[in-house]
Design a protein around this ligand. Structure first.
Ligand SMILES: [Zn+2]
Length: 72
């Protein structure tokens, strides 16, 4: 069963190991996102795809940069 990304509603591509078996198909934690792309609240157990995960990581890094600059 393919899991859908809770943020963009696309299929989460499973990670395969070297033998081609599914190693991980549960996606990523979208924290600190609280809304999906349509503006709906994410469930507590929300999962997101690789693409959304990298967007989340970028948002997280930008946030940290902002905090650093505020403190400097
Ligand atoms: Zn996604």
């Amino acid at each position: 069963m393919t899991k859908l990304c809770d943020v963009c509603k696309e299929e989460i591509e499973p990670l395969l190991d070297q033998q081609g078996n599914i190693a991980w198909d549960k996606g990523h934690n979208p924290w600190p996102l609280t809304k999906d792309n349509l503006g709906n609240d994410l469930p507590d157990d929300a999962r997101c795809c690789d693409e959304c995960n990298s967007n989340v990581l970028i948002a997280r890094m930008l946030d940290m940069k902002r905090l650093e600059q505020k403190e400097a």
